[in-house]
Design a protein around this ligand. Sequence first.
Ligand code: GNR
Ligand code: NI
Length: 167
Amino acid sequence: MAILSILHYPDPRLRNKATPVMQVDDTIRTLIDDMLETMYQAPGIGLAAPQVNVSKRVIVIDISEDRTSPLCLINPEIVNRDGIETMEEGCLSVPGIYEPVERARQIRVRALGRNGKPLDMQVDDILAICIQHEIDHLDGKLFVDYLSELKRQRIRKKLEKQRRQTL
Ligand code: GNR
Ligand code: NI
C-alpha cells in the first residue's frame, strides 16, 4: 500500500477527462487500495483517481463515521437524478475552502465494483452528493466551478500564494 500525493487547484492536470477502465485487473485493484489509504489518511470522504494524477475513471468513497465502509466505483455513470440539495462542500484538491454547492438530492448510479461486477444503486443525501463530486473530478470539473467567478478567483489566488510559501 502507498500514500499517493494529491494535486491541488489550479493544477491543469485536474482538468483532463479521465479514460474508462477497460479491464478490472490487479493494477486497478492496487490503485484502489492506494487511493483508499490516501483518502483515509488525508482524511477525506472520497477521492477520484485524477486527484492522484491517474487519468482513469475510478473513485473511492467512505462516508461512514468509523471509516470501515469503503465503496469503490469504476466507470460510474449517473442514469437518473431527482430533487435538489445544497451542501457545504470541500475538496482535498482545494484545501481549506468550504462553500455551498447545489446538486441532485437522489441519484441512480451504474458502475463496476472492485471485482469487475456491475453495480446499480439508488443513493441519496451525502452519498449522492459525494458521488456527484467525484464523478465531476473524472470529467475535469471541480466544485469551485459552481461558484461565482469572483469567489473562484479569490480561491485560486489564495492557493497560489500558499503554494509559493510552501515551495
Ligand atoms: O473529503 C471530502 N469531503 C466532502 C464534503 C462535501 C462534499 C464533497 C466532499 S468530497 C471531499 C474529498 C474530495 O475531494 N473528493 O474528491
Ligand atoms: Ni474533490
